[in-house]
Design a protein around this ligand. Sequence first.
Ligand code: B12
Length: 210
Amino acid sequence: MAEQLEKVQAAVSDLDLDNIAPLVREALDAGQAPKDVLGAMCSGMAKVGELFEQGEYYLADLVLAGEGMKEGVAILEPLLVGEALEKKGKVVACTVKGDIHDIGKNLVCTMLSTSGFDVVDLGVDVHEDRIVEAVRSNDADAVALSVLLTSMVDSIGDVVKALESAGLREKVKIAIGGACTTQELADRYGIDALGRDAVEAVRIFEGFCA
Ligand code: B12
């Protein structure tokens, strides 16, 4: 990884929040592609998650890291949007009912929209009825569900059932991702794909909307 990207990644993972935005600008000025800078931020955030699990960081640190990410992403977003020209398909995205984690979901939305998808981001803690409504009113092609809490995996099943009841399940492909998702879980709910990161998310939705 190029030195400027390493610095961006380290600023995120070290919670050096004041330096994230300046280092993002520095990397761009040095000619790094906006997508790669975003990728470096994603890796830094993944490291933050690991350090939290190892007891090195506290919850308050995670909230701060999330805020730091937003500032960097805000610089990159307009540049990334300029890169994609034709729309590839419409995706309804959210974090499932009962779950408020949004850093990964936001990265997935940013990567999808900057890769040419029309993304309808419903936010966090979203009830299945809102998802059905959004799929219908936007005539969506696919649904992206972010799920980080094991206690909330049943929310995935609720979305599938609600789409089935509304006669929309055949019309949309569904992908899941987030810390607690597994292939076993995807199979249990008849989910079309499981994604490990935002880059894989783009590949999955390109496959869905091909
Ligand atoms: C940051 C964080 C928080 C922050 C969230 C801030 C925010 N705005 O999102 C705060 C502090 C608020 C928080 C709260 C809680 N958290 Co928390 N949190 C995390 C942490 C450390 C990192 C998550 C993160 O942002 N990672 C970085 C992002 C970039 O990665 P990501 O989310 O995985 O997303 C990437 C991929 O998964 C993928 N992806 C994500 N979504 C999707 C969707 C699709 C369709 C695809 C294809 C791909 C994809 O692409 C993303 C980008 O590359 C995780 C640990 C972990 N390892 O995940 C715990 C973790 C998820 N939290 C946990 C818990 C328990 C909680 C709380 C219940 C704590 C509490 N006791 O209050 C609350 C939840 C409240 C609620 N109702 O939701 C547990 C869950 C355990 C479990 N298995 O159920 C974890 C695993 C920590 C742990 N080991 O205990 N948390």
